[in-house]
Each structure stands twice: as C-alpha cells, then as structure tokens.
Design a protein around this ligand. Structure first.
Ligand code: NCD
Length: 306
C-alpha cells in the first residue's frame, strides 16, 4: 500500500506513467467510467478548499465510485478533540482511499502511519501540496509539450505557498529548468528550499523583487496569492496582499507563448482582464486537476483499465 505525501514519492518514470494515464483519461473518459465501481474515497478536509476537495470527489465519481467526508474541522470529531491518528483508523473502516488536508505540517504523514488505506496529502499547512503539483506538471507537459528546458517564474508568496514548495521539489528533477523566484523580501522562499533543494541540486535560480524585470525571459509564470491564513498579523498581510498584480500592460512584456498558471483561488494578483489572453492557462489547469486525480486514484488503488 502506498501513500502520497510529496511529489518525490514518485520516481520520474512513475510520474511519466501517471501523466500518460491522465492524458489517456482526457482522451477516452468513457473507458474509465466504471473503473472504481464499489470503491469509496473519503475527503478529510480540516482547512477550506474548493478545487482540491471537489476535484477529488469529481475524480472518484467520474470513475464510477462514491465519496464521503467532511469539509471543515468544525463538522468533524476534531472539534471534540479527536486526533488525526484516531480519525484515520475510523475512516479506514469506511473508505478505500482518503485525501486529507490539514493546517498542521505533517498531519497527513502522521495519519498515514496509522492508516490501512492509501492516504493522499491534499495540502499540509505551508509545507507541501503534491496533487496540485501533479496538476501543474500535467498542465505544463500537455500545453508546452515538455517539463525540461524551461524558465519558470514563481511569483507571490513563496514563503508560505505550499504549491510553490512542492512544484520546485518536482521540477528540479528535469534537465535545464531555470527558476526565477519573484517575491517581496519578506515572502522569499524558505531557506530549506533554497539550500536543500535548489543549491544542493546545482539548480539555476535567481531571486528578484520586480515582476516586470523577470517577465521577458519566462516560458511560464506561476502566480500565487498571499496566504492570508498563515500570517501572524493582519497588518503585514494588508501591506503585502497587492504587491503583485498581473495586468494587460505587464503581459505585453511577456513572450507570445508564455503561459500563466495559478493554483487558484485568485484574489487580486491576476487582473480579470488577463483571463481572455490566450496565454492564461489557469482555468484549463483546473480541468487537468481532475484527470490527474483520476489517474492517481487508479494508481494507488492498483486498478488497471485495458
Ligand atoms: C492552493 C492551496 O490550497 O495551497 N489551492 C489549491 O489547492 N488549488 C493555493 C492557495 O490556497 O493559495
């Protein structure tokens, strides 16, 4: 039995297979419509979510399975003081696989140690978000045709943004990926990513503050929102929240085939006027999130479809 805590839990070859499977699901959805009949996914969400929870549920429903779960800590026995270790033992009796989101870093890992069903980390605090990364990789590979030889700008809250941490971890394994880390001084990438992931892998990267300076060289721009819920005080959040706003004028500085990605939700960091630009790929990214989660469920449940 296998759990997914980080994108590194898959080898590059396994990731390729998973993305191939997701592309096949996209091309032939009917072939997979009954693949998980009789199986259940539990979505255990101790933190707010729209896309991640609903896309896991849509993924299982598209496979012919069913869903159960909770969408806030308040509506579960966590409110009475139950530990995640106990909760997962209970849920193991009800479901075949589970996706857990939790505000505490490492909570899904703790759950996986007591679980008798596969546990997927659906976001743990400011740490990792592996299924968003699978979504991002599928989007990039499908729309750009490759995951290597790219210059990617990651912009916004690089300190608390778990999607950025997971994506960097995944992309350092492909040749000739250059990272441009665009953030205000206070929201720079954590030291452990800079030293243990980027420097250790001899990765080409630079850190800049101005988005305008970075834009012309990028093949991909990954925008992120400032993570309000991880700030210690409201004042700092208010000062940072509109630091970057991607608009039509800034898009003029970008390459004609640069793609704009965003894990969503968007707040103000991408102006709605950019939505009609053919380079805006963030809504397509959402659809890829369903295909890749279908592929992940099939892989972890070891369901083969011929
Ligand atoms: C992200 C998350 O939860 O980290 N959202 C998502 O799952 N698509 C990004 C965010 O909340 O900013």
């Amino acid at each position: 039995m296998r759990h997914i805590m980080s994108p590194l839990d898959f080898t590059v070859e396994e990731l390729d297979q998973l993305l191939d499977l997701a592309n096949d699901i996209e091309a032939n959805p009917a072939k997979y419509a009954h693949a998980c009949e009789g199986k259940k996914i539990a979505t255990l969400f101790y933190e707010p979510s729209t896309r991640t929870r609903l896309s896991f549920e849509a993924a299982m429903l598209n496979l012919g399975g069913s869903v159960l779960g909770f969408s806030s800590a308040d509506s579960s026995s966590a409110a009475k003081g139950e530990s995640v270790s106990d909760t997962i033992r209970i849920v193991s009796c009800y479901a075949d696989i589970c996706a857990m989101r939790h505000p505490k870093e490492g909570a899904p890992l703790v759950a996986s140690m007591k679980s008798s069903i596969p546990v997927i980390n659906a976001g743990d605090g400011g740490h990792q978000h592996p299924t968003q990364t699978l979504t991002d990789l599928l989007t990039i590979r499908s729309l750009k045709g490759r995951l290597d030889h790219i210059t990617i700008g990651l912009c916004g809250d690089l300190k608390f943004g778990r999607t950025v941490h997971s994506l960097i971890n995944a992309l350092v394994r492909y040749p000739e990926v250059t990272f441009v880390l665009i953030s205000p001084e206070e929201l720079r990438i954590p030291d452990y990513i800079r030293e243990d992931v980027l420097r250790k892998n001899n990765q080409k990267f630079k850190e800049v503050v101005r988005l305008e300076d970075a834009l012309p060289e990028l093949d991909l721009l990954y925008m992120t929102r400032v993570q309000k819920e991880r700030f210690f005080n409201e004042e700092d959040y208010v000062r940072m929240k509109d630091f970057y706003i991607l608009d039509k004028t800034k898009m003029e500085l970008a390459k004609p085939d640069m793609l704009v990605l965003h894990p969503l939700p968007r707040v103000n960091e991408i102006s709605v006027e950019v939505d009609d630009d053919p380079r805006a790929a963030y809504f397509k990214q959402v659809q890829y999130g369903v295909y890749v989660r279908m592929a992940l469920i099939l892989t972890l449940l070891e369901v083969k479809v011929c």
